[in-house]
Ligand binder design. Structure first.
Ligand SMILES: Nc1ncnc2c1ncn2[C@@H]1O[C@H](COP(=O)(O)OP(=O)(O)OP(=O)(O)O)[C@@H](O)[C@H]1O
Length: 206
């Protein structure tokens, strides 16, 4: 059985474009059996071929609302008339399979996790400089100019929150991706809790 620390949920956050997906993809590729994501609850109808408890736990609106009342969700939201949420139990269930649960969330999610009974390790992924974030988000080419601008505005909020003392347990600076991955991998595997120093991101004033 792995040590307890390696089963403690890992909360990953960082501005859009900091490289969370890049690092996570590599981690899951190199350690396919060590990590997992939690299964969300939803009130939307089950589609053909979908199995309950795999992509989602399918529940009725009434059931979902009783779960809200019992404070079983870390976070929940409504999209086009359906409810979606992450329960504390779904996160704990990942640990019972011997895998470490990773939650890739924004600062709003981090605040909610902090208000819940979950006790994860909080890791912040950051670019070395704000200007680098601008370069990567523009370079990714997956967004319109408008979407990039809105992601950058959100990024400033993410960075400001992360700069508050005590929010995160460790920081990984995604400068050189191979170097950043090595620091990230050690933390994810529970081999280290030591990250990088928080850099001066030189965020421009609004
Ligand atoms: N160390 C790095 N150096 C240069 N480019 C990088 C580095 N890490 C990631 N990138 C590139 O930066 C872009 C953003 O990375 P990625 O999509 O992983 O960010 P993200 O934090 O997951 O963003 P989102 O939250 O929007 O999904 C991608 O094009 C990626 O290839």
């Amino acid at each position: 059985m792995p040590a307890l620390e390696t089963l403690r949920p890992l909360v990953l956050s960082g501005p859009s474009g900091s490289g969370k997906s890049t690092l996570l993809k590599r981690l899951f590729k190199e350690h396919p059996d060590r990590f997992g994501f939690s299964v969300s609850h939803t009130t939307r109808r089950k589609r053909e071929g979908e199995e309950d408890g795999v992509a989602y736990h399918f529940v009725s609106m009434q059931e979902f609302e009783s779960m809200i009342e019992r404070k079983e969700f870390i976070e929940h939201a409504m999209f086009s008339g359906n409810r979606y949420g992450t329960s504390i139990k779904a996160v704990d269930d990942v640990a019972t399979t011997g895998k470490r649960c990773i939650l890739d969330i924004d600062s709003q999610g981090v605040r909610l996790v902090k208000a819940s009974h979950l006790d994860p390790f909080y890791l912040f992924i950051t670019p070395p400089k704000y200007s680098e974030l601008v370069k990567r988000l523009t370079g990714r080419g997956t967004e319109t100019e408008e979407a990039v601008a809105s992601r950058l505005a959100a990024a400033k909020g993410e960075i400001r929150y992360a700069q508050e003392p005590g929010v995160h347990d460790a920081v990984v600076v995604n400068d050189d991706v191979d170097r950043a991955y090595r620091v990230f991998e050690k933390i994810a595997l529970g081999e280290s809790t030591e990250g990088d120093p928080f850099p001066d991101l030189e965020v421009p004033e609004d």
